[in-house]
Ligand binder design. Structure first.
Ligand code: UDP
Length: 410
């Protein structure tokens, strides 16, 4: 049985001072009623974050709920296209797409009676909800995407919705938007007690790998990600094929498909053609397997082409793994190249780093140790909790943000 953790449990990771500081920040907000809304209960980093965040907020005395947008497949097909476009892809933005999007969100607004003290809307899927309420409290839009180069057409269409919010949260300063609204930057964090991250004995790791028939006779090179082209699984396979000519190893690609992502199944199917004795491709929803693989792998890859912030990167770093990440988006802030992992910009570079790490166990250990410390200092989710407490506690009448938080418009 997994226990429900309270902030005191985190003391061993973040120290007493941080725990007391978080409790003190939560005290004046006790009994507030906060609602988070996103578009999937599982699959993807947002649901991982909300799962831990909403439980810990409740244990701190803040009544925090989590709801999910409901919609038919064509709605999620449209919103995935918006998601892709915000990360820079082309889109044919027709009136029909806008109509499906806005109509389904209108239906959701009718079903959801949101009169909370604070409402936090995650990502583009539920974004237009705000247009259907007489606003009596602050509404926050939290965008988790890589906004390095958003498609202008989609951006211009979504902007009037975004500008109705009282504050916008982005994953790092690089994504700062041209907005008339205050913007704050929260680095997503991982929960050391979740199934994906909690300590695992060697026997449990062995058991999980055996259960899925994953061979352990050669070093494991691993990428764990939703099946999505932005994660570049095709590039991982090509890098692995090159590396394997120099060092023997096994590639394991594990992924899942989020309920709000209709493209995932096709990406998974396209990878199956590459399977062989040394390339394992698994589509499963098993947090314990993710945990076991990140612990046992010789090298963990996250070779994304775009990445708002890669939870899988922090998860593997937390376990002391040697991680190779795409030199993009949030990953550039997670890994210090050459110190707590490697950043790569091409398949050749990825292949070269795989070989280098496989040949040098000391380097793997040094990087892994630095990686764990980096996550402890910067990317544990108690920090995210504290940032939310700061934000929620900073709204003045008329829902303006006070002090430093309010200063970051445009
Ligand atoms: N994950 C999982 N099983 C999988 C693939 C991913 O549990 O097969 C989890 C992973 O451990 C991480 C999250 O899903 O917690 C993915 O978050 P990330 O920020 O890396 O990427 P996103 O999917 O949000 O783009």
């Amino acid at each position: 049985m997994n226990a429900i953790h309270t902030i005191d449990d985190y003391e061993r990771h973040i120290g007493k001072e941080a725990v007391n500081r978080i409790k003190a920040k939560a005290r004046p907000l006790r009994d507030m009623h906060v609602m988070h809304m996103n578009s999937t209960y599982y699959g993807g980093g947002v649901s991982q974050i909300l799962s831990s965040l909403t439980l810990l907020m409740n244990s701190l005395g803040i009544q925090t709920g989590w709801r999910v947008v409901h919609g038919p497949p064509d709605f999620f097909s449209v919103t995935k296209k918006f998601h892709n476009a915000l990360q820079g892809a082309e889109i044919n933005l027709t009136d029909r797409k806008k109509e499906i999007y806005e109509h389904v969100i209108h239906e959701n607004a009718i079903r959801n009676h949101l009169d909370h003290d604070v409402v936090v809307i995650h990502d583009p899927q539920p974004l237009p909800l705000i247009t259907h309420y007489r606003k009596k409290s602050p509404w926050i839009w939290r965008c988790h995407l890589d906004l390095t180069a958003p498609n202008r057409e989609v951006w211009n269409y979504l902007l009037p919705f975004i500008e109705r919010y009282d504050a916008v949260i982005l994953s790092c300063g690089d994504y700062r938007l041209d907005l008339r609204r205050p913007q704050v930057f929260f680095t997503p964090g991982i929960d050391p007690f979740s199934i994906v991250n909690k300590d695992l004995p060697e026997s449990a790791i062995d058991e999980r790998l055996e259960h899925y028939g994953i061979p352990t006779d050669l070093p494991l090179v691993v990428q764990i990600s939703r099946f999505d082209h932005w994660k570049d699984p095709e590039g991982v396979i090509r890098a692995f094929e090159k590396a394997r000519k120099k060092e023997e190893c096994t590639l394991v690609l594990v992924g899942n498909v989020a309920t709000d992502d209709p493209e995932g199944a096709a990406v998974y199917r396209s990878l199956l053609a590459h399977r062989n004795e040394r390339i394992i491709v698994l589509s499963v929803q098993d947090g314990a397997l993710v945990n076991a693989l990140q612990r046992r792998a010789a090298v963990v890859l996250q070779k994304s082409i775009r990445e708002g912030f890669g939870l899988t990167v922090s998860e593997a770093m937390w376990k002391g793994a040697a991680v190779i990440g795409g030199n993009v988006g949030g990953i550039r802030h997670q890994i210090e190249d050459g110190k707590s992992g490697f950043l790569v910009s091409s398949i050749d570079e990825a292949a070269e780093r795989i070989v280098r790490l496989l040949r040098d166990p000391d380097l793997r250990e040094r990087m892994g140790n630095a990686a764990r410390e980096r996550v402890r200092e910067n990317f544990l989710f108690t920090r995210t909790v504290e940032q939310y407490l700061d934000l929620i506690g900073s709204f003045e009448p008329e829902f303006r943000l006070k002090g430093d938080l309010g200063a970051s418009c445009r």
